[in-house]
Design a protein around this ligand. Structure first.
Ligand code: COA
Length: 380
């Protein structure tokens, strides 16, 4: 019998073949179905990228129009879902609400999982279309405001800001939000995507797979780094305090949030796009404080780490929180926004898993005892 290998956290283990996403960590490149992210972010909408992820090819104009119409029709929240959002315990995290809503939605669709390998997730698109609507409705209800129904003449990003604010964003804000979704749509076998695939491998529904993935993303080791970056920016407060802050962090051997990545050994290509958005939003709003503080942190941190022979670059979370804040989005919604975008990638992986399925069933390295006696209760 083969000696089983053990890799804690499955580090370095290849768990499946996939054509969806390639990360070239050395070169700092990311591809969705072979298309470089930088080019997708420059010229595609989130709906177009969602189509790419679900069908494995970029859509023609007709295909995109039909797909967008379906996705936009899927955005509206039904009364039972609105009621659920209204009645959800007020002090819950929006990720807990999202996870519950996605499970709940399952009861409202006819899913043919037991008869077809694909169920109907390419048709309903609820799992992608409704996430932004739930986030916006949650935010408004928390603030005592009424639910704003979606508009089917707006892109996914512009519609999200519209539903959140109750008024239409300008063209650039809508486009930047839409592209933030493109940037976060997919990132290979991270913990939440792997979770989605594990659940899908049991031939469960895509709703339960995505709900499980949301649970994985909720954990502080996965989603939420951009929230902590903005906490850091607030703590620093002004550019003059950057150097001292970074030096103290490194002296105390603490992590500087938003810097470094397990896979990238060059600048995260998503951070390159996000930085440009932050620069633009800073000019647009006349508030360059966040940009200046972050660039100060990056320069100081990188210089210190280069001396130690550790070239460490900003990751996507370094700039994204500041972009969201300048778009008027509160911090509690940053991780839910990540889920709204990543739902497209999760769905792509669920579909791919089903095409050539084998249930995930790793083994544990048993380190406990055996053959222990079971004495009567009174003698334990
Ligand atoms: C993502 C992360 C866990 C990767 O860690 P990693 O795999 O250990 O990264 P590396 O192998 O490149 O680290 C090399 C060295 O730089 C240090 N380092 C890496 N990122 C650092 C950071 N943000 N701040 C301070 N030191 C850091 C590591 O501790 C390690 O030090 P050592 O050689 O003394 O052990 C880490 O960079 C981190 O915690 N970053 C901040 C949190 C964050 O932004 N997370 C979101 C990721 S998308």
């Amino acid at each position: 019998m083969d000696t089983p290998t053990y890799a804690k956290g499955l580090e370095g283990v290849i768990a499946a073949e996939s054509k969806i996403c390639k990360i070239d960590g050395e070169q700092g490149k990311l591809y969705y179905y072979g298309h470089p992210l930088a080019e997708l972010a420059a010229s595609c909408t989130f709906e177009e990228v969602t189509y790419l992820l679900l069908y494995g090819k970029l859509p023609t104009t007709d295909e995109l129009n039909a797909f967008s119409a379906r996705m936009r029709a899927g955005r509206a929240l039904s009364e039972p879902v609105l009621q659920m959002i209204r009645e959800f315990p007020a002090d819950s995290h929006p990720m807990e609400l999202l996870q519950s809503v996605i499970s709940y939605l399952s009861g409202y669709v006819e899913h043919k999982i037991h008869h077809s390998p694909h169920c109907n997730c390419r048709d309903t698109l609820h799992q992608v279309a409704q996430v932004t609507s739930v986030i916006a409705a949650y935010h408004r209800m928390q603030n005592g405001e009424a639910y704003v129904p979606p508009r089917d003449d707006l892109s996914h990003g512009a519609n999200f800001l519209y539903m959140l604010r109750g008024e239409e964003p300008d063209d650039r804000e809508g486009k930047i939000m839409d592209k933030c979704f493109v940037i976060h749509a997919e990132h290979s076998f991270n913990a939440s995507t792997f979770t989605a695939r594990v659940v899908a491998s049991t031939m469960s529904t895509c709703y339960s797979s995505i709900s499980a993935a949301i649970g994985a993303l909720y954990g502080s080791l996965h989603g939420g780094a951009n929230e902590r970056v903005m906490q850091m920016v607030d703590q620093i407060g002004s550019t003059e305090k950057v150097k001292e802050f970074v030096e103290k962090k490194l002296e105390r051997k603490e992590k500087v949030m938003g810097m470094g990545h397990r896979v990238y050994r060059a600048k995260d290509p998503r951070a390159v796009v996000m930085e440009a958005f932050l620069d633009e939003m800073s000019d647009k709003t006349g508030n360059r404080t966040y940009y200046d503080i972050l660039k100060g942190v990056e320069t100081t941190f990188r210089a210190k780490m280069e001396v130690k022979g550790k070239p460490i670059y900003p990751n996507v979370d370094f700039f994204s929180g500041a972009v969201y804040r300048l778009l008027g989005i509160p911090r509690a919604l940053y991780t839910p926004i990540f889920a709204a975008a990543r739902a497209a990638g999760w769905l792509a992986h669920i579909l791919e898993q089903r095409e050539d399925n084998r249930i995930f069933r790793p083994r544990a390295l048993y380190v406990g005892e055996v053959d222990l006696p079971v004495p009567p209760r009174a003698q334990r």
